[in-house]
Design a protein around this ligand. Structure first.
Ligand code: GRF
Length: 200
């Protein structure tokens, strides 16, 4: 039995994607969560992770006042201490520098709430509605120094319904995020980078 891959999950808020990932890493899954790390002590996901028995930590970004390198020099410490093989960004809302990302080249994943390469950045649901798109969704990709770029590891599509608000669409996409990210992580941890495409 090969030892489990260790997965560190970075969050900024409620951590619903973190919960889905953590819950999926059981049984014959090749990975196990080793750390949940937030950029604020107030991140709701920290309590959820602790309740699941997962090691938690936080590094508040605010004292660093935009000095990304200094923030990241602290942020990386618990990740390295945890021995993480894979780092999953899950609702992590800080932009990471090329230097930080470079330390985890080929083993850092992110989920983004759009059908990349469409709508990198923020407010993706409103932008899809404003564009009159009939389809929207989410993407899991390998993290590279270019924001919301990197090799595609999975994508889930949802229909845009008449009268949808951005919140309606976000909720529909989030359901798919909670399916897509665990499916991608299971493959990725087994060394399989074949993209997961949903609905299958
Ligand atoms: C999700 O929409 C995710 O796509 C984005 O952050 C939002 C909240 O994620 N990156 P979570 O509930 O904190 O996992």
């Amino acid at each position: 039995m090969t030892p489990h891959k260790k997965v560190a999950i970075l969050i900024s808020g409620g951590g619903s994607n973190m919960v889905s990932l953590a819950k999926s890493m059981v049984g014959d899954h090749p990975a196990r969560p080793c750390l949940v790390l937030a950029n604020s002590v107030d991140a709701g996901g920290l309590v959820k992770a602790a309740d699941m028995g997962i090691e938690t930590a936080y590094v508040d970004h605010r004292p660093f006042k935009g000095d990304r390198a200094a923030f990241e020099a602290e942020l990386v410490k618990p990740i390295l201490a945890s021995g993480a093989d894979i780092v999953c960004l899950a609702g992590f809302m800080r932009v990471l520098t090329a230097d930080f990302v470079g330390q985890f080249k080929g083993r850092m994943l992110n989920i983004h709430p759009s059908l990349l390469p469409k709508y990198t950045g923020l407010h993706t649901h409103a932008r899809a509605l404003d564009a009159g798109d009939h389809e929207h969704g989410c993407t899991v990709h390998e993290v590279t120094p270019v924001l919301d770029d990197g090799p595609l590891l999975g994508q889930a599509r949802v229909p845009v319904e008449p009268g949808d608000t951005a919140d309606d669409l976000a909720a529909r996409v989030l359901v798919q995020e909670h399916k897509l990210y665990p499916a991608v992580l299971r493959r990725f941890a087994a060394g399989d980078k074949t993209p997961v495409l949903l609905p299958s």
